[in-house]
Write a protein that binds this ligand. Structure first.
Ligand code: NAD
Ligand code: UGA
Length: 452
């Protein structure tokens, strides 16, 4: 008989995890409160864009190894390992909103099998695991609790889940920790088969991921520390970019060389319009709140947050320095997703760029290959969302590349020049070659690349 795994929360993390485990011999019950999402999954596809996920879901739904349900009782029956992957947004004061985490545990406590393993995959503040365990203790359930934070990135979620750097499990029970490691070892063993089912275009060469066993509290803190450090790197690169703009240095050249130092590394040193998405902004504010609560010094994080907030305005100012007042100017914003490879536009700095310019009176036309519909909710009403790249760039005074989609990195510069009324290209992701752009008679404005 197949081992049964239950996954609570069918979002980016829960659905990716479920789609993989359901293709390596487990029966996976996927529980969510949102019937609409489950309806789409039952039809054999995802409700968001993510490379590789649709073929995995299709196969597992067809084989009846992935069973979406809103019914906790049905979902948890006989499940030996239960993953909690519900959302943890931030409260208005910046602290983490744990209501979904606690609600999922309260509901699960009614139906969970004795001695089952309850795995927290959601990103939570340190100390949350103890509180969740008390929910189960209250109902007399002797479960085993494991903190197993997730490190996948949207846009490369399936790839990251197969070629992971490390799997972290924090628990008081060695046995429970090893059972969870066992699931990942199965995924690791089958990674090439899974990559083929997912039709991934590229796979990594990393041989073996690391398995890190820690205490519960360390595992919780590892997750937010990793995200905060990556966010710090981005803001650091953006501070250096602002200086580079004044002194004629190119921040890309600088970071390429700085990143050669193995102690530093090149990753997350790309200057641009700043970080957004469903994770970094709320994980930074959650960590700041936790530090403040415990009297730890959070200045380094608040400084990084401030720099991040300044970036869209900084870039719009650079455009204004060349174009003059934005009122009645036509500007195209290319890209609305918070990064390339995803349809997610939560807290997207690309959306923020479009909104700042629209507020200043520019006539903004925006286009994204995947997130047009989702982004509309957060865009000012005056932003005109176009269905194609040619429609977005027609007769504009300036183009702003706000998300580094391949379609924009490889844009036909001749066609762009002919289509535009003006000649300014703002590269808010530093993803173009400046000399190629200028060679086509266009003016290039990057972030920290060519003076102000
Ligand atoms: P999401 O918002 O995409 O999905 C969460 C899902 O949980 C939703 O479908 C929602 O309907 C469901 N849900 C809420 N309450 C529920 C309940 N009581 N019972 C059942 N389902 C419920 O979130 P996500 O992006 O997948 O993130 C989940 C967690 O993982 C967060 O803590 C996040 O910080 C963390 N994380 C996310 C990523 C990522 O790339 N998105 C990566 C690593 C970690
Ligand atoms: C991030 C982490 O990279 C994952 O390891 C983590 O699991 C996840 O958060 C999470 O906890 O949810 P994600 O938000 O999907 O993943 O995307 P990233 O690739 O990290 O990018 C985040 C933001 O930073 C994007 O807006 C991106 O454009 C921006 N960024 C990234 C930069 O501005 N510069 C960089 O050099 C790198």
């Amino acid at each position: 008989m197949k081992e049964t795994i239950a996954i609570i929360g069918a979002g980016y993390v829960g659905l990716s995890t479920a789609a993989l485990l359901a293709n390596v011999g487990y029966e996976v019950r996927l529980i969510d409160v949102d019937e609409q999402k489950l309806k789409v999954i039952k039809s054999g596809r995802s409700f968001f864009f993510e490379e590789g996920i649709d073929p995995l879901i299709k196969k597992a739904v067809f084989n009846k190894t992935l069973l979406p349900t809103t019914d906790y009782q049905k979902g948890l029956r006989g499940a030996s390992i239960i993953f909690s992957c519900v959302g943890t947004p931030d409260n208005p004061d910046g602290s983490s909103n744990l209501s979904y985490v606690f609600a999922a545990a309260e509901e699960a406590a009614n139906y969970i099998s004795p001695r089952a393993i309850y795995v927290q995959k959601s990103t939570v503040p340190v100390g949350t695991g103890q509180k969740v365990q008390q929910i189960f203790t209250k109902t007399g359930n002797a479960i085993n609790y494991v903190s197993n934070p997730e490190f996948l990135r949207e846009g490369t979620a399936i790839h990251d889940a197969l070629w992971f750097d490390r799997i972290v499990c924090g628990s008081a029970s060695n046995e429970a920790r090893n059972s969870v490691f066992g699931l990942y070892k199965t995924l690791e063993k089958n990674r090439h088969v899974l990559a083929r089912i997912a039709e991934l275009k590229k796979t990594a060469t990393t041989e073996k991921g690391r398995y890190v066993a820690t205490s519960l509290e360390s595992a919780e803190l590892i997750k937010v520390t990793a995200n905060a450090f990556l966010a710090l790197k981005i803001s650091f690169a953006n501070s250096i970019a602002k200086l580079a703009d004044h002194v004629g240095a190119d921040v890309v050249e600088v970071m390429d060389a700085v990143g050669q130092d193995k102690r530093i590394g090149r990753g997350f040193l790309n200057a641009g319009r700043g970080y957004g998405g469903g994770c970094f902004p709320k994980d930074m504010s959650g960590l700041i709140e936790a530090m403040n609560e415990h009297g730890a010094d959070s200045q380094i994080l608040t400084a990084a947050q401030d720099i991040n907030e300044s970036m869209p305005g900084y870039i719009v100012n650079k455009l204004q320095n060349s174009l003059g007042e934005l009122k009645d100017k036509k500007v195209a914003v290319l890209g609305l997703a918070f990064k390339a490879g995803t349809s997610d536009s939560r807290r997207s700095k690309a959306v923020e760029l479009a909104n700042i310019m629209a507020k200043a009176g520019a006539r903004v036309s925006a286009y994204d290959p995947k997130t047009n519909g989702e982004a509309k909710e957060d865009l000012r009403a005056s932003v005109n969302v176009e269905k194609s790249l040619p429609a977005a760039i027609k007769q504009v005074n300036a183009v702003v590349i706000a998300t580094e989609w391949p379609e924009f990195i490889n844009i036909d510069l001749d066609a762009l020049k002919k289509s535009m009324r003006g000649h300014i290209v703002v590269d808010a992701m530093n993803c173009l070659n400046p000399s190629e752009v200028t060679k086509h008679g266009l003016q290039y404005i990057g972030v920290g690349r060519n003076g102000d």
